[in-house]
Structure formats: C-alpha cells, structure tokens
Design a protein around this ligand. Structure first.
Ligand SMILES: Cc1cc2nc3c(=O)[nH]c(=O)nc-3n(C[C@H](O)[C@H](O)[C@H](O)COP(=O)(O)OP(=O)(O)OC[C@H]3O[C@@H](n4cnc5c(N)ncnc54)[C@H](O)[C@@H]3O)c2cc1C
Length: 390
C-alpha cells in the first residue's frame, strides 16, 4: 500500500484528535462506563472525519476506503478499546450499506446527519438467540399501510443506549432465511423501543445495550436498498467492519509491546532486568513480527478492496489473525508485568479485557475459519470442494 501525502495529513489529524480530545479523558470515561458520544462525534464531524469515504453530496470527503482505514489505525492510539469501537460502529459498520444502497430519502435523513456528527448510529444485527448465525434473526417487520411494524429484540448493541438511529436487520417476509431480511433505518426515539444497559468485563467506555422493539412503527421508505436483500447487504457490510477491527487494533498492539519493553527493562529480578531474559525479549520480538505481518495482511486487503476486488477471504483472515494475536499479545504482556499486570488500573490489564472481544464480535474466530475454509474449498457440506489455487 502506497500512502499519499493526503493519507499522512489525515494520520496526523486523527493522531492529534486522539491525543487532545480522547486520551486525557479515557480514565474518567472508563470509570463512568460511558463517554459523551454526541459531543465527540460532533467534533469528529466538524473535522470531516465521520464521512471520509462518503459522497460529498451528503457531507462526506469523497475519499476512498483506505483513508477511512488510516483513521481506524490512528484511533488505535486511544488508551482504551471502547471509544474507537463506538466510532467505528458509526463510520464503518452501520453506514456502509446505507451509503451504497440507500435511497435519497434515507441518505438525507440518516447518512447526512451521521456524517455531520449530529446523530449517533448503531447496528442492530445480533439477537439473544442469533449471534453467529445471522440468518436465524427473528425480529419481524410486518407491513401495515405504508409502514413497517417491528417486533423483536436486538442484543449487545454498541452505542445502543445513546444512538439516535439504528441500522436494523429484520425479517420482512416469510421467504427463505437469506432472502427474507431487510436493513431498515429506525429512529431510536420511536414509540415502542426500550433499552437495557449490558455490563461487560471490558470495553467499559462503550455503551452496550439490549434493545426491545414492541410494535415499533417506521415508514417503509426507511428500508435500505431492496427489500429482502438485507442479509446480503449485511454480509458485504461485515467486510468493512472486519477490516476496521484489524486496522484499529494495530497501534494498540504496538503500544502494548512498547509499554512492556519499557516496564520489563526497568524491573529487576535476580540481579538483572526482566527484559534481559532471552525468553522475554525473544517473545516480544516475535510478537512484534506478528503485528507487522498482520499490518501487511490488513493493508493488502484494504488495497485490494479499494481496487474493487472481493476481499472476503483476506478480510476474514485479517479479522481472525487480529483476534488470535490480541489474545497472545495481551496474555504475554500481562504475564511479564507480573502482579502489576493483574491490577485493574493498568494499560496492560485494560487491553487484556478490551481486546478479548475481537475473537467474538463481528463474527467469532470459528466463523472466520468457516468462511476461509469454504473459500478454500475444504468445508464439508459446501458445493465447491475443489482445492483453490491462489
Ligand atoms: C461488546 C460487544 C459489542 C457488540 N456489538 C454489536 C453491535 O453493535 N451490533 C450487533 O449486531 N452485534 C454486536 N455484538 C454481537 C456480536 O457480534 C456477537 O456476540 C457475535 O457475533 C457472536 O454471537 P454470539 O455471542 O451469539 O455467540 P454464539 O453464536 O452463541 O456462539 C458462541 C461461540 O460458539 C462458537 N461457535 C459459533 N458458531 C460456531 C461454528 N459454526 N463452529 C464452531 N464454533 C462456533 C464460537 O466460539 C462463538 O464465540 C457485540 C457483542 C459484544 C460482546
């Protein structure tokens, strides 16, 4: 991936935003289990950072996806995972399908204010009994006159408590599970929506909610693209979500290794620094190599995505590797911090809690392995089992 001067300018802008507007408040937000998303999103919107890849007609910067990923990578400098995740849900998870397939009506009403930072968005796909298996979603949007009337539940929804609108996946017919779903823009102040906060082991500053929809009425004009295409749109939307997950993790991984080098260099045991034990500096060298390999994989996927290639395979690999590496790095680094690593107010223990999510959210590791195996032609029960040459 060749970065332009424009990429580097954007990098500096985002890094400065993290340093000035996010990191000084992270400790307070983590304790409060929330952050002022409306105020932060407005500041990001004023800088043009919520619509980097989107159409200028709706307030976007009209740049390509690689610029959005530069922002994701720099947001990884934030001293917690919750805030970058909340921003990513808004920029790269609940808006890509709206931008690509939405009508003028939904773009004006939901995309433009999201880009401006006037509203906060969330993505409602998972349900209490449908997480990995998205096709099993049961939330129903039945037609009544010109409206949908929505009944069901959504689970673990990031930004769910504060969001002004939700990109909601709901069944709009009794057709087969992959053809009966639609993505619908739902204003979160609609009558019949209730919310319940979910407490988590990590990602504390990000709000996570269970959402209940009881006969919620929204105009059918709020559907994104074609009715019945929601499952397909969501699978496409997942590619940007998974690449966001990878790109936004890289700098956090580097920071964890840097902090551990610093700590173990100072910390003495048996007359020498902890870092001087070969098992420690070799392990950290190996983890750094893994981060560089993940960086190369991620940017290779981004470059191909920008060129119009289907990157389902590479995005799934990048997401899988990010989840695996998050667990390896945070576990190894925490180990080398000893008892200090086990204390709550410590950057390593926070990363240990926060990054554990990567192997679960946006498609668990096993789901990524299934996708990769399917594309390799090795997944039993799938039609194309011929070995694939790349
Ligand atoms: C903090 C947080 C934020 C989230 N934010 C959002 C959000 O904003 N919007 C949204 O829609 N969802 C969100 N999610 C939901 C997330 O995407 C789901 O948790 C995830 O898809 C996994 O679904 P599940 O939890 O139901 O796990 P399940 O489907 O119950 O699976 C449990 C485990 O079983 C294993 N497994 C599952 N299928 C297979 C298989 N085929 N083969 C082998 N093993 C398998 C995996 O290890 C998996 O972790 C969030 C979750 C969390 C925790």
């Amino acid at each position: 991936m060749q970065f332009t001067a424009e990429h580097e300018n954007l990098r500096r802008t985002v890094a400065r935003f993290v340093e000035m507007e996010l990191n000084p408040h992270v400790e307070e937000w983590e304790r409060a289990e929330e952050f002022p998303s409306h105020a932060i999103f407005k500041k990001l919107g004023d800088l043009g950072l919520l619509g980097i890849k989107y159409d200028p007609a709706y307030g976007g910067l009209g740049l390509d996806f690689s610029y959005s990923m530069v922002m994701a990578e720099e947001l990884g400098l934030t001293h917690c995972g919750g805030v970058p995740m909340a921003i990513g849900v808004h920029t790269d998870m609940c808006t890509p399908a709206l931008n690509r397939f939405g009508s003028e009506h939904v773009k004006r009403n939901f995309l433009a204010p999201s880009i401006a930072g006037d509203v906060v968005g969330c993505l409602g796909v998972s349900e209490p009994s449908a997480g990995s298996d998205v096709s099993a979603a049961r939330t129903m949007a039945r037609k009544d006159g010109d409206d949908y009337v929505i009944t069901g539940q959504k689970m673990w929804i990031t930004n769910g408590l504060k969001a002004d609108w939700c990109c909601l996946l709901a069944n709009t017919s009794d057709d087969a599970a992959h053809r009966n779903k639609s993505l619908i823009c739902v204003p979160m102040d609609a009558k019949g929506i209730t919310k319940q906060k979910i407490h988590k082991i990590g990602m504390h500053s990000s709000d996570t909610a269970q959402l209940f929809f009881d006969e919620v009425r929204v105009p059918q004009a709020n559907v994104i693209g074609r009715e019945g295409m929601g499952f397909t749109y969501q699978m496409q939307q997942f590619q940007e979500e998974r690449l966001y997950s990878a790109a936004s993790s890289l700098k956090g991984f580097d920071r964890l290794i840097d902090l551990t080098i610093e700590y173990t260099r100072d910390r003495q045991a048996f007359g020498k620094s902890i870092l001087d034990n070969q098992v420690v500096h070799f392990r950290l060298a190996e983890l750094r190599t893994e981060v560089e390999a993940l960086r190369a994989l991620t940017w290779s996927a981004v470059e191909q995505y920008v060129a119009g290639v289907d990157v389902t395979r590479l995005a799934s690999m990048a997401k899988l590797k990010t989840g695996r590496l998050a667990r390896e790095i945070s576990d190894s680094c925490l180990q080398y911090w000893g008892g200090m690593g086990f204390t709550a107010d410590n950057p390593v223990s926070r990363a240990y809690r926060d990054t554990r999510l990567v192997s679960i959210g946006a498609g668990a590791d096993e789901i990524m392995l299934g996708i990769i195996a399917k594309l390799e032609g090795t997944l039993p029960g799938t039609s194309n089992r011929a070995p694939k040459v790349h």
